[in-house]
Ligand binder design. Structure first.
Ligand SMILES: [Zn+2]
Length: 537
């Protein structure tokens, strides 16, 4: 059902603001309009692009606060520019290696562990398809449709969503280097994967304003990201946005900044007026609902050729898609994502299940993990359990799975496979994930059993630097403690990564017979190993 709060929020999307953003990004003086000499360049390595960076930064800062906006830098090799411009045979100026910047604004969620969504668009532009050639240093690249239109959506979405509170965070990102090979989004997606960022979904927009025949948007998706397209189609219908949406599944699509996220296993879509804008054979052109965009990537990609109502409705779609779970009567939404299955330090598995919806999961829910062949076929259940607790909005639960096999493996993770929980969407309840599991601990404790007397010693070998070793008695009381390389251990003449115990308590009295427990913790407090030792006198 539609939430009145979301309906009211998307009514605030203003076509005049969207137009003002596009004009500020495409024109030097918006008051003069699309006249010669008044067009900007936002080509990635053109010096003038810094003015557009500052415009985007200041607009995001106005919405989200100064400290919520950061620049993310990445390198541009000069050959990228040479090969891009040489296609049109006009590389008059030889570029040097340089740096480009993504502009990132963050709206923090109430639960830092809940991950984040991205709403994004590239702000760099090119004029390389211009009739008569194009000199990147001399000629403008106003890029009104491609892609000041998408950036306007990002800025307006930030303004409207900034006043709301969600369990998950939202990052509003303007990419650079897209026209030179998706460089900004690639640098970010690689970094996110390295940091193991929990990205819930990426809504990327690229060229959303040229179509004057119909209020219409195409969504390009891959199988794993289909649920995002479903959410968007549902939002468009629920809030009567009046946008015809065509969904294309094309896992090989590299037309925009969604592709680097797919490569890293994140879910992403691109919203675009027509997925191959200048191709006369596409569905949109054949059906007479789209006109071939012969202006994009030229010096005449100008604001006065845009359909502002289309940009407005597409922006409403982006805002409604995320706000529909954050406002009003939200429903719960259990989700597992690639990356939610973790190799534990004790060589076991942990699986994280999140509630990315706004309603609470009231009852318990089931979690099932299967091991599959490397081609994701022939899955066999290795673990099934009923998670006892429900989940509040934005919260996640972590379940422990005993598992002692190592190597390259593919797992299938499924939550609520029986459909017991009534959710906003069931499409994110199952995911495949590849894991390479290696034993994390090489700690050896010997001899076991440990016979005290005649100077016999128990060795904890392979203990990381400054780790603590504790020994607990049969009653659970702490009887002895040492830290790798502490003074007492040094006096015993221990070698590196070794801790010795002579079977005494902290007052140097030999302990009695029984089963003792030892625990080894890293200096940061992570439990590395915990096991039993039999002490015999
Ligand atoms: Zn583009």
């Amino acid at each position: 059902t539609a939430s009145p709060a979301v309906a009211a929020l998307i009514e605030e999307v203003a076509a005049e603001r969207l137009q003002a953003h596009v004009e500020a990004l495409a024109l030097i003086d918006p008051a003069l309009g699309s006249v010669p000499g008044n067009m900007r360049s936002r080509f990635t390595v053109h010096p003038e692009i810094v003015e557009s960076i500052e415009y985007i930064r200041s607009q995001l800062a106005a919405a989200l606060g100064d400290r919520a906006v950061k620049l993310h830098s990445f390198p541009i090799d000069s050959w990228r520019v040479t090969s891009h411009t040489a296609r049109r045979g006009n590389p008059e100026h030889v570029p040097t290696d340089t740096t480009a910047y993504n502009v990132i604004g963050t709206l923090p969620g109430t639960d830092p562990a809940a991950g984040y969504y991205i709403i994004c668009a590239h702000y760099d532009a090119t004029g390389v398809r211009s009739a008569g050639g194009w000199d990147w240093q001399r000629d403008p690249a106003p890029g009104a449709d491609d892609n000041a239109s998408g950036v306007a959506l990002v800025l307006e979405s930030a303004r409207l969503l900034a006043g709301q509170q969600f369990p998950w965070s939202i990052r509003f990102i303007a990419w650079s280097g897209e026209e030179l090979g998706l460089l900004g989004s690639q640098a970010y997606a690689d970094l996110a994967a390295e940091r193991d960022d929990n990205i819930l979904g990426v809504l990327n927009f690229d060229m959303i304003g040229f179509n004057d025949l119909q209020q219409r948007l195409e969504l390009v998706t891959n199988p794993g990201s289909q649920w995002l397209a479903n959410e968007m189609v549902a939002a468009a219908e629920r809030y009567g946005i009046g946008l015809a949406i065509d969904v294309f599944e094309d896992p090989g699509s590299r037309i925009s900044d969604h592709a680097p996220f797919w490569r890293q296993g994140y879910d992403a879509i691109v919203g675009i007026e027509n997925h191959l804008p200048a191709d006369p054979t596409t569905y949109g052109v054949r059906e007479g609902v789209y006109r071939v965009n012969s202006q994009y990537h030229t010096v005449v990609d100008l604001p006065d050729s845009l359909n502002w109502e289309l940009v407005r409705r597409t922006t409403q779609l982006a805002v409604a898609t995320l706000a529909q779970y954050g406002l009003g009567e939200g429903m719960p939404n259990l989700a597992v994502f690639t990356g939610d299955l973790l190799g534990d330090r004790a060589d076991d598995l942990r699986v994280r299940v999140s509630n990315i919806g706004l309603g609470a999961v009231a009852s318990s829910f089931s979690v099932q993990v299967s091991q599959c062949a490397l081609d994701s076929s022939r899955c066999e259940v290795i673990h099934r359990e009923q998670a006892p607790e429900g989940l509040t909005p934005g919260a996640s639960a972590e379940l422990h799975i005993p598992w002692q096999r190592f190597g390259e493996m593919v797992f299938l993770i499924e939550v609520d496979a029986e459909g017991q929980v009534n959710e906003v969407s069931e499409t994110d309840n199952r995911v495949f994930q590849r894991l390479r599991l290696v034993p994390q601990s090489k700690i050896a404790v010997f001899p076991n059993p440990f016979r005290i007397g005649n100077g016999s010693v128990l060795r904890f070998s392979g203990v990381p630097l400054k780790s603590s070793v504790q020994v607990f008695g049969p009653a659970g009381d702490l009887v002895w403690k040492a830290i790798e390389d502490d003074d007492a251990q040094r006096r015993l003449g221990t070698v590196a990564n070794e801790v010795l115990w002579y079977g005494v308590n902290h007052t140097n009295i030999p302990v009695g017979n029984g089963v003792y427990i030892y625990a080894i913790h890293s200096p940061e407090g992570t439990l590395l190993m915990r096991d039993k030792i039999a002490v015999v006198r």
